[in-house]
Design a protein around this ligand. Structure first.
Ligand SMILES: C[S@@+](CC[C@H](N)C(=O)[O-])C[C@H]1O[C@@H](n2cnc3c(N)ncnc32)[C@H](O)[C@@H]1O
Length: 367
């Protein structure tokens, strides 16, 4: 089938990584392009309100165009931005967070802080998961469910790449293998150590002095709870992965409690009777964001500090629009945890609105 070729001016790069242009009034999404570029693209899928296209030729390249470091870039499903200078990747992510908050969250006044850059734009991953099928060892392609043989992954650190070389030399059986810079860890862990430390540091700076209780919801192995221990008299972690809870408990002090179970079922009980003024809650949910049930629990318990750590600004914007009924956003901090990919991490600092605080005081005085 002959595919239609169109010439486009790329106006923006949308969250997810595709360049956005317009042909005959219709929005066209083209991966591997940059705002400001003039390109030729082949339409691959045409819908009523938008079309998808494949880059054919860059006619007028952006000054931000960069040479990808990875031989598999463009085919591999992992990275979307190696063709863009790191500086411009940061600008795009910053803008995407702002746009999603406006579009999905209807925030016209969200104060999005300057994005935190990753000290390493390559070689930052402390672990990767590779797949093995019919002797092919690597990652899945971006377009089809097919493995690409990968000898080196430039966004992974040297120790991870050594582990990959060792795995390849062993001719492993079919399956999935997680390769780590420091072997032995088996549970959810932050992927970019430097940016994760910066994230924990920012969270600490959001906390007032003299705090009593921290509830770390979706705590994994307690990364935040353990870093913030000295700021609280008591910390409670909630996580449904039993291995992660066991790992958190292994190094737990008397102040720490980790509960294995669903946040929806456990959070309200942990906040019942708490002094909200000296209580902080951190939520760090998976990309799907918070459930309606968890949002309702948070709205019913307007704690003094609520910190929402998000790996998906689209679900974050949806959830913040709901939490706004009783919380005010103090700041939104994007962090570039995953350079070269389209992923964006954010930390949001929320405090109860004045009316939420007043209604709590009323409840207390009438109790
Ligand atoms: C983005 S990770 C956060 C990990 C942790 N905060 C850290 O920094 O290492 C999300 C975690 O939530 C857990 N999880 C997902 N849904 C959950 C639920 N409904 N109840 C409890 N834990 C859940 C996952 O097992 C995963 O460990």
């Amino acid at each position: 089938m002959e595919m239609r070729v169109v010439e486009l001016q790329i106006e923006d790069v949308a969250f997810g990584g595709k360049g956005v242009g317009r042909a005959e009034g219709k929005v066209v999404f083209v991966p591997f392009t940059i705002d400001g570029e003039r390109i030729a693209a082949r339409i691959t899928r045409e819908k009523k309100h938008f079309a998808e296209a494949q880059l054919d030729q860059v006619l007028d390249a952006s000054a931000h165009r960069a040479q990808p470091e990875c031989p598999y870039f463009g085919r591999c499903g992992g990275c979307s931005y190696q063709h863009i200078s790191y500086e411009h990747q940061l600008e795009l992510k910053q803008r995407q967070v702002d746009q999603l908050l406006r579009r999905i969250g209807r925030f016209n006044d969200a104060r999005v802080q300057q994005i935190v850059a990753s000290p390493k734009s390559y070689g930052y991953r402390n672990r990767v998961t590779v797949h093995v099928e019919n002797g092919v060892i690597g990652y899945y392609r971006r377009d089809v469910h097919q493995l690409i043989d990968v000898e080196v992954c430039p966004i992974a650190g040297p120790a991870v790449n050594r582990a990959l070389a060792e795995l390849r030399a062993r001719h492993p059986r079919a399956g999935h293998y997680t390769l780590r810079a420091s072997p032995g860890r088996r549970v959810f862990e932050q992927t970019n150590d430097e940016v994760a430390d910066a994230l924990a540091h920012f969270i600490a700076s959001f906390l007032p002095a003299q705090q009593h209780l921290l509830v770390d919801a979706y705590c994994g192995a307690g990364f935040f709870a353990k870093k913030l221990l000295d700021r609280f008299e008591r910390v409670v972690g909630i996580e449904w992965d039993r291995y992660a809870v066991a790992a958190a408990q292994q190094t737990a002090t008397a102040k720490e409690t980790y509960i294995a179970g669903d946040v929806d079922a456990i959070l309200a009980g942990q906040l019942a009777g708490a002094d909200f003024a000296t209580t902080a809650v951190i939520v760090d949910p998976p990309g799907t964001g918070l459930t309606g049930a968890t949002r309702r629990i948070l709205l019913a318990h307007p704690v003094g500090t609520l910190i929402y750590v998000s790996c998906n600004p689209a679900t974050l914007a949806r959830d913040l629009a709901d939490l706004r009924q009783r919380f005010t956003i103090k700041s939104v901090l994007p962090l570039d945890m995953f350079p070269q990919t389209a992923e964006i991490e954010c930390a949001v600092h929320l405090v109860p609105t004045d009316s939420a605080q007043a209604s709590i005081l009323r409840q207390r005085s009438s109790a």
